[in-house]
Every structure is written in structure tokens, then in C-alpha cells.
Ligand binder design. Structure first.
Ligand code: DC
Length: 211
């Protein structure tokens, strides 16, 4: 089973993806973390050809064998990852790895281009969305030392860049859009679980998942 979750920064993808992975017994693949790890490697002075990334079932990310998970979520890595993700060779490298992770395995994969590019045949495609102001408020709660105005400006800049090209943030016709504005996480997760269960029932009836 493949569950694809896309949406802009701060839309709640990771929390929802984590809950779905637990509920349906899938490997969770956070593709944003993979772009961040490549950005960190380049920042550390590695050549792109020297970089290898490993995604662990416990969500830890290894860069050339070293656990770098704690270093990936800083304003600097937000910025660098967004730039690095616009390099076609980086996308090609990571998309191949993401597809390999989803082969012969149940996955919940979250990112920007999962339903549109990485796993176009995913069993369920979800798109989480909220206004940029709401997403900036959430990011501020995660990183309280940053002023709201700065976070909002960065979020707008990232939206403009992360949504451009490579099939990113494209809502395909079969995608279920979940608006998360003003809702509790529990409520959003409950809707996502219902969407997956209903898709599984339909697919089950058509035989696709019983292969
Ligand atoms: O989801 P995130 O903020 O951790 O992602 C980090 C960056 O990587 C973000 O700027 C968008 C980019 N990204 C992407 O282009 N495609 C993906 N599938 C996942 C992330």
C-alpha cells in the first residue's frame, strides 16, 4: 500500500503522516528530510557524488552513515534545502531512492511531489493545506525564538520557491484535499484515516490491493 501526502510547509503533513504510518503499519518516509540531508552534506563541503542518504524506520536520517536528524531543522537548513531541491540532479537522485523505498513495502510518503511525480499510482493521495498565516503561526510554536513576522516572510518565500516546477504542489484529480485551518490535529488525523479506509475499501472491491 502506498499513501502519498503532499502540501506546503507547515501544513501538518508530518504529524498526519506519522499517525497514518502507525495506524496502518507502514514505513514513514519524510522526503523533505532527505532534501535537507543533501543540503547539509553540500553545506559541509561534500560533493554531490559523495553523498549517500539513509532513511531509518524510526525516522532517523543518516548522511554517509552518520545520524544528522537533529541538524536538519534550522532556519539555515530550511533555506538551503529549498534551494537544493530546485536542482534537477538532486531531485533525480532522491526520487529514485524514494521509489526504491516504496517498492515491495507499505509506505506513507510525505513531501511536495509524491502524488504527482514520485508515486503517481499511490493507493491514496492526500493534500494538506492551510493559509500561510496559520502555517507561520504553527512554525512559531515549534520555534518560539523566531519572531512571527520573520517566519511569515520566510514561509511566503519558501511557498513561492517550493511550489515552482518539478510537479510540486500539484493537486491531481484523484487527490483528497484536507484543509487544516483552525482544526485540531486529532480532527485532521481522523479525516485522513477515514479517507484512507474508504480508499482501501474501494480499491479492495476493485481487487487492486488484494494482489
Ligand atoms: O518538507 P520540508 O520543509 O522538510 O522540505 C524541505 C525542502 O525540500 C522544502 O523547501 C521543499 C523541498 N521538498 C521538495 O522539493 N520535494 C519534496 N518531495 C520534499 C521537499
Amino acid at each position: 500500500m502506498q499513501i502519498a501526502i503532499d502540501g506546503p510547509a507547515g501544513s501538518g503533513k508530518t504529524s498526519v503522516a506519522r499517525a497514518l504510518a502507525k495506524r496502518f503499519g507502514c514505513l514513514l518516509v519524510n522526503t523533505g528530510a532527505m532534501y535537507r540531508a543533501v543540503a547539509l552534506g553540500l553545506f559541509q563541503g561534500l560533493n554531490f557524488s559523495e553523498i549517500s542518504i539513509e532513511v531509518r524506520p524510526d525516522e532517523r536520517i543518516l548522511l554517509n552513515g552518520q545520524d544528522v536528524t537533529e541538524q536538519l531543522y534550522t532556519p539555515q537548513m530550511d533555506e538551503l534545502a529549498s534551494q537544493v531541491a530546485a536542482r534537477p540532479e538532486v531531485r533525480e537522485f532522491l526520487i529514485a531512492q524514494q521509489r526504491a523505498l516504496a517498492r515491495d513495502r507499505d509506505v506513507v510518503m510525505e513531501g511536495r511531489d509524491i502524488g504527482s511525480v514520485v508515486l503517481p499510482n499511490a493507493d491514496v493521495k492526500l493534500y494538506l493545506d492551510a493559509s500561510v498565516e496559520e502555517r507561520a503561526r504553527r512554525r512559531c510554536r515549534e520555534r518560539p525564538h523566531q519572531p512571527y513576522a520573520d517566519v511569515l516572510a520566510q514561509m511566503r518565500a519558501r511557498d513561492a520557491r517550493d511550489g515552482v516546477g518539478f510537479g510540486r504542489l500539484q493537486i491531481t484529480p484523484e487527490t483528497i484535499v484536507i484543509r487544516t485551518e483552525g482544526r485540531t490535529l486529532e480532527d485532521v488525523i481522523a479525516e485522513a484515516v477515514r479517507a484512507v479506509e474508504s480508499a482501501l475499501q474501494k480499491r479492495g472491491a476493485s481487487g487492486k490491493l488484494s494482489e
